[in-house]
Design a protein. Structure first.
Lengths: 668, 150
């Protein structure tokens, strides 16, 4: 086959680059550690370059796989199984990680990317700490590269090459696949840096405030991406699955939510460690736990123990391999922690009512919440493995366990930033939160009156959201001395406000927005499931939907049947909606394309069911008030993280300056 | 407070929160979990009406009947026994006769299941794991069904 020579080299080049990347990862994991033992600076300095070159090789491998997908090279098994020449270019590219092998390669690409960033931007770190952290990063990378090369080689060939591919799973043929997995992996895998630093600190046997200062920006980056990634995944499921649900407490969702909860706790405890030198051992443990939960998530999603749209793999050797990696790293890190943690010095005293105390409160409830999600996710798997009983743990379980634990946390949230370090004034904070309290009570009363006092949950939930929203604004007002000082001073304080303080305000505000969205969308959504014939109408919210009829259409690799609706309000025609059922010919399977109209922050959600024998069309129509606030709130939170991060960057050189000053003092 | 007292207060507080979490989990695990049954198991075990169940098996060929009000009735079989399912809502895209399905809902007095959710495969290559196990138990599972031909 003469035509195959050109493409042959691309896939083999990728495979070869992957093997070279493994070799470099192994060097990165060992040589600098030997250098530390032999006190040889040249060997330690190896960790400054190998991660960058290693990242380069993984990137070449990834680019090779992208090239194979874009050129529809069906002699590559991975391309044959997950692509089709009729697919739009975007889905040919995103299809690279819409399968098991490619998504593992993306995982390693991002891991080595973070390693390269630490190597490139970590010049202010003590060389031994950086070398140790990057060595740990190298161990993780090596383990996953071996996993890919031995069990999930994306470059495996087919002979003879088929003429056409099997197409990407139609559910995944969406812009969401371009955004959700990369963001989620940037978050998941980003926590590996905190993990590597934690293990490095344990190897060194000491941590200090400077350690927290180095780890916090990396944690913040990972947390931001994970927040945005989870929100994007939720929105994708919402519009693609056609059920109109935005969170299902599905084990796969929980797999990404657990690292998020633990990472949120880590962010807060690292503040205490950085500012006050307390909670050192706890922060190190949280850093280990957060990435362990990321690894657990990778195992749950990639091993095939769960049935889900995310579980591409059913090959049992893969599951066992990932489980072995999981146990090696989690077990190893926890064992090291058990040995070394007692030697670490505790520091920093504080009263229970203080900023530190509030952050401990935050950690306590977040960790308790993670535990309940953990039990709910893994109990069915454990029970089936041990007793053979098959059970399902669904939303009701989490509503009874996770939600009650979140309420005290959210109630306490506005107090935290208003309490002083070491010893806080609870009564003073409560007085300053008077406006927030008044707004919350007003919201509760207004909701109760508007809904005819039909239950306390919705008014309480709305009050909680308003309490956090206004509470975060009170925090801002206090910081800039709004109304207490002349406008000129307020303005100059606002300009001079540290970005990290502003980040806190924005992130907490985002949390409030998210709570408001969750409560209103859960309590006040209306849904109609009806069979409609052309000319029929259905009412949702204040809108009337008139069904006009079906119309066929074709896309590049599918046929679809659209249903046309005209939406009117108060007799006035406003806009039209066209939900569709798509049939993908290559895979002989269909998807539902919901039609969504955003009005303000609310949405009309329209999706189709089957056609009845008598020609009527099954329709699911709902009005979801303020539903977009759920995802907007998460994005605002992520933006708060970015603001806080921009502050960190200004202070990247701070630890070094402090060290220089100390050295100068010692010299004098 | 001394350092030791402070530490004890903190540990006691943490213990209390974790105890509350554990109590919530145990309470919820007793009442809020749903067991999976095959049609044969539903026939054999005498479950009281109103019990929440997850029923899994194949949608029996020719059993799907759609009513004008948008509700649908179909039979779930594991080839030995059959259970009728009633569902008001929109069936998933990959719901088809002869294919694997999981219906979750409450058991009615007449032995049928009033489902509030119906899950089918996410992808034409995969079948819900519980359904595979059920079919294996009945000896009608063919290994090639679940795997992609390579």
């Amino acid at each position: 086959m003469s035509g195959a020579i050109g493409t042959l080299s691309v896939a083999e080049l990728g495979h070869y680059a992957l093997v070279l990347a493994l070799a470099l990862m192994l060097v990165q994991s060992s040589v600098p550690l030997i250098g530390i033992r032999w006190r040889d600076e040249r060997l330690i300095a190896v960790s400054g370059t190998t991660p960058i070159v290693g990242f380069g090789f993984v990137a070449i491998a990834f680019a090779a796989l992208v090239a194979a997908h874009v050129t529809s090279d069906f002699s590559v098994l991975n391309v044959f199984e997950n692509s089709n020449s009729a697919q739009p270019l975007l889905f040919k590219i995103t299809g690279v990680w819409g399968n098991h092998e490619g998504s593992m390669l993306l995982w390693v690409l991002i891991l080595s990317f973070f390693g390269a960033l630490v190597a490139g931007f970590g010049s202010n770190l003590p060389s031994a700490l950086r070398a140790r952290a990057l060595a740990v990063q190298g161990w993780i990378g090596s383990a996953f590269l071996i996993f890919i090369l031995l069990t999930s080689n994306p470059f495996a060939r087919l002979d003879p090459a088929p003429l056409q591919g099997r197409d990407l799973n139609p559910i995944l043929q969406d812009i969401g696949l371009a955004i959700h997995p990369p963001l989620l992996y940037l978050g998941y895998v980003g926590f590996s840096i905190a993990f590597s630093f934690a293990v490095a600190a344990l190897l060194e046997g000491r941590t200090d405030a400077a350690w927290a200062r180095w780890v916090r920006p990396w944690t913040l980056v990972a947390w931001m991406f994970l927040t945005a990634g989870i929100a994007m995944g939720s929105y994708w499921a919402y519009y693609e699955l056609g059920w109109g649900g935005w969170w299902f407490w599905d084990p796969v969702e929980n797999a990404s939510f657990m690292p998020w909860l633990a990472g949120t706790a880590l962010l807060h405890s690292a503040v205490v460690m950085e500012k006050r030198g307390a909670l050192k051992v706890w922060t190190v443990l949280l850093a280990i736990l957060t990435f362990s939960l990321s690894l657990l998530g990778t195992f749950l999603v990639r091993s095939g123990v769960l049935t889900s749209v995310h579980a591409f793999a059913t090959d049992p050797t893969r599951g066992v391999f990932i489980l072995a990696i999981l146990m090696l790293f989690i077990g190893g890190a926890l064992a090291l922690f058990a040995i070394r943690a007692p030697e670490m010095k505790q520091g920093g005293l504080f009263a229970p009512i203080s900023r530190e105390g509030a952050l401990v409160f935050n950690n306590l409830f977040l960790v308790a919440a993670v535990s309940t999600v953990f039990v709910g996710t893994l109990y069915p798997l454990a029970l089936e493995a041990l007793a053979g009983d098959k059970i399902s743990v669904g939303a009701p379980f989490f509503h009874l366990t996770f939600v009650p634990l979140m309420i005290p946390l959210l109630l306490a949230l506005p107090f935290g930033p208003l309490l002083g370090w070491k010893r806080g004034d609870l009564l003073g904070a409560a007085q300053r939160l008077g406006a927030a309290m008044a707004a919350a009570i007003l919201a509760a009363v207004a909701t109760a009156v508007a809904t005819g006092a039909k239950g306390a949950l919705a008014p309480f939930g709305l009050a909680l959201g308003v309490w956090i929203l206004v509470g975060s604004l009170v925090d801002l007002a206090e910081r800039v001395a709004l109304f207490r000082a002349p406008a000129r001073i307020t303005l100059s304080r606002l300009v001079g406000l540290p970005r990290s303080a502003l980040g806190t305000v924005v992130a907490h505000f985002g949390m409030g927005v998210c709570v408001l969205g969750i409560v209103t969308a859960s309590a006040f959504s209306t849904e109609e499931i009806v069979a409609m014939k052309p000319g029929d109408t259905v009412d949702v919210g204040a809108y009337t939907l008139l069904f006009q009829g079906n119309a066929p259409a074709t896309g590049p690799n599918y046929r679809e049947e659209r249903a046309l609706f005209v939406v009117s309000r108060g007799g006035k025609q406003e806009f039209s909606l066209a939900p569709a059922k798509r049939f993908y010919t290559a895979r002989q399977s269909s998807t539902t394309e919901a039609a969504i109209k955003t009005i303000g922050f609310s949405q009309i959600y329209l999706s189709l069911g089957d056609r009845m024998e008598n020609g009527a069309q099954a329709v699911r129509a709902s009005y979801k008030p303020l539903v977009t606030l759920i995802w907007l709130g998460a994005l605002v939170m992520a933006f708060g993280g970015a603001l806080s991060l921009s502050d960190r960057r200004l202070r990247v050189g701070a630890p070094r300056r402090a060290a220089l000053r100390k050295a100068a003092e010692a010299g004098a | 407070m001394t350092r030791k007292q402070k530490r004890l207060t903190m540990i006691a507080g943490a213990g209390a929160v974790l105890a509350v979490a554990a109590a919530l989990v145990l309470f919820a695990l007793r009442d809020q979990i749903v067991f999976f049954y095959s049609p044969t198991e539903i026939a054999e075990k005498t479950l009281s009406p109103g019990t929440r169940v997850r029923l899994g098996g194949l949608v029996e060929d020719g059993s799907v009947r759609r009513e004008d009000d948008g509700s649908v009735r179909f039979a779930v079989t594991d080839t030995a026994k059959t259970v009728t399912v009633e569902f008001h809502g929109i069936l998933p895209d990959l719901f088809r006769e002869g294919q694997g399905v999981i219906a979750e809902g409450t058991l009615s007095a007449d032995g049928s299941v009033a489902a509030d959710s119906v899950l089918a495969k996410h992808d034409e290559r995969y079948m819900p794991k519980e359904v595979v196990d059920t079919l294996k138990a009945q000896g009608v599972w063919q290994e090639t069904e679940g795997k992609a031909t390579q």
